[in-house]
Design a protein around this ligand. Structure first.
Ligand code: NAP
Length: 503
């Protein structure tokens, strides 16, 4: 008997929770998983300006603009990973326990230094990971995926292998230690069938468009160059002179990977069960050297003048330009002289067909072009445009479905009828509607595979709603005065009083 209950329960547990969906990696991962038809829930915090649904809608509309077609919408959970039970309401928690099967935890704070372990990045990276693990245990999550970083290796210099973590290494900053300790927590947890760990190197923008939503790492250098180089004087040949002495050899490898490849690879590995349970170094096949990056920038800005003085030389500013550059990149100083070799045999074995685009001249040009056009992050993301949030019209949809079922005589007192509503595009979402003896329950998320799913675009559903809006709905309301659907919270389950059949 228990087994029967368990397997029925399990069959409804088909949703994957993604944390960090508004971040750089997360927004690509959300797009790629939705494109593959993955049933996805995201946990997001509101900002001062935008509610959770607007934040996610804005990102998805950006993707729809570039893809040229509509995407499904994930189930939205409002929460914060630094809080117990991720700050979810009791309804959201119940929903999670019932429907979540897999977690991809990517939320983190990329702040390097901290005054105390009570503050960031510890609060989110370590405390948040512990909360996500506790929550996952509570929800009986089977399959856990964690986005770590290649730099949990700290200051190691030789080859780093995917199966290694703690080898008594030293670290450069609190961020590395917080991610190292968080990965340790994930590895030590014993409540999952499998744990898969992704360790990306430094992540740059999109290899095809240059897009980014954050300006850390390589982008910080590119932004500084784009700001400082044009201010310098040109020599007689029209070349901008950038006299800087760098305390590096120039041949130091740079482990940088484009975000679209990182997300595509994680998406593939998440969806490949035989790849689960391993650690993956998401690193380039061939590193770009510091000298190459600088030479590409010379070409872009039509400039020259950087000297490589060797790793043992001093980091002394011999010009105003150098002073500004050093001052603004001091957080990365300890990364400038070395970058280890990361062995990536697990990636080659399970995702070798997804070739990692190298950071070449063309890509550096795209990254700088995007940064300039986006005013290095100052350009405001446009607000989403939504004709109707379908979530606010589920009463009408339920009534219309009820009426139709009445006409088809399928809602007799002993009949239970369940169907899914999968509305793609602006304002859309996924719900399951359960009609049981004349009463409707609406739950976020699609039903299991056996139930029919009504898949419509926002245009189609808006058209239907507009036609129903006027007299039809008014009539249904008066005919069924006791039907009331209470959507005070996004995840409120509908509890309706029984309407009189065939009234
Ligand atoms: N970027 C890199 O170069 C790099 C390299 C290696 C590994 N990684 C790892 O890759 C993952 C993604 O990084 P990213 O570059 O995409 O970072 P990002 O753009 O800064 O995004 C961080 C994400 O985490 C979310 N988040 C932070 N604190 C949260 C909280 N308390 N509750 C809920 N969500 C929270 C953010 O939400 P808000 O939008 O609300 O702030 C955002 O969605 C991280 O685990 C990072 O450590 C990144």
């Amino acid at each position: 008997m228990n087994n029967q209950v368990d397997s029925r329960h399990r069959s409804s547990k088909r949703y994957t929770l993604l944390t960090g969906a508004t971040g750089l990696v997360g927004r690509y991962l959300m797009r790629d998983l939705l494109l593959k038809g993955h049933k996805l829930a995201v946990i997001v915090r509101p900002t001062k300006q935008q509610m959770v649904r607007e934040r996610i809608e804005g990102i998805l509309q950006m993707w729809e603009g570039t893809l040229g077609h509509r995407l499904p919408r994930p189930v939205l959970l409002t929460g914060d990973v630094t809080k117990t039970n991720l700050g979810l309401s009791s309804q959201q928690l119940n929903w999670s326990e019932k429907f979540l099967d897999q977690v991809i935890h990517g939320a983190a704070v990329l702040k390097f230094q901290s005054a105390s372990r009570e503050l960031e990045p510890w609060k989110t990276n370590l405390g948040g990971t512990q909360n996500v693990l506790d929550f996952s245990k509570r929800c009986n999550i089977r399959d856990f995926h964690y986005i770590s970083t290649a730099y949990v290796c700290g200051q190691r210099e030789a080859t780093v292998y995917e199966n290694e973590l703690d080898v008594n290494q030293t670290f450069r900053n609190d961020y590395e230690v917080s991610k190292f300790e968080a990965e340790q927590l994930v590895r030590d947890s014993d409540c999952f069938e499998s744990k898969t760990i992704y360790r990306p190197a430094v992540i740059s923008g999109d290899s095809r468009t240059g897009y980014t939503s954050t300006y850390h790492g390589l982008f910080l250098y590119l932004r500084l160059m784009a700001m400082l180089v044009p201010e310098q004087t040109k020599n007689a040949d029209g070349v901008i002179e950038t006299p800087i002495s760098l305390p590096i050899e120039g041949d130091e490898p740079r482990n940088v990977v484009p975000v679209d490849w990182v997300a595509k690879t994680i998406c593939h590995l998440v969806r490949t069960p035989e790849a689960h349970g391993r650690t993956y170094h998401l690193v380039p096949d061939q590193c770009t050297s510091a000298r190459e990056v600088i030479e590409y920038c010379y070409k872009y800005f039509h400039s020259d003048g950087v000297k490589f003085c060797g790793a043992n030389s001093e980091r002394t500013a011999d010009s105003e330009l150098a002073e500004k550059l050093f001052e603004n990149t001091s957080i990365y100083e300890s990364y400038e002289t070395s970058d280890p070799h990361f062995d990536k045999r697990n990636v080659s074995r399970f995702a070798g067909h997804l070739e990692c685009p190298s950071i070449d001249q063309e890509m550096i040009f795209k990254l700088i072009d995007f940064g300039k056009q986006n005013r290095w992050g100052k350009e405001k993301e446009s607000s989403p445009k939504v004709v109707r949030w379908i979530e606010s019209h589920l009463t009408e949809i339920a009534l219309a479905a009820q009426k139709m079922m009445g006409a088809l005589r399928i809602n007799g007192t002993d009949r239970i009828f369940k169907f899914g509503l999968d509305i793609h595009g602006p304002g859309g979402g996924q719900w399951q509607l359960l009609a049981n003896e004349g009463r409707f329950d609406v739950t976020p998320g699609l039903p299991d595979d056996a139930s029919p799913v009504l898949k419509l675009s926002d245009i189609q559903i808006n058209d239907l709603l507009m036609r129903h809006d006027s007299e039809e709905i008014d009539r249904s309301r008066t005919e069924n005065p006791k039907v009331a659907i209470n959507w005070t919270e996004p995840l409120e389950t509908v509890i309706t009083e029984n309407p009189q059949p065939n009234q």
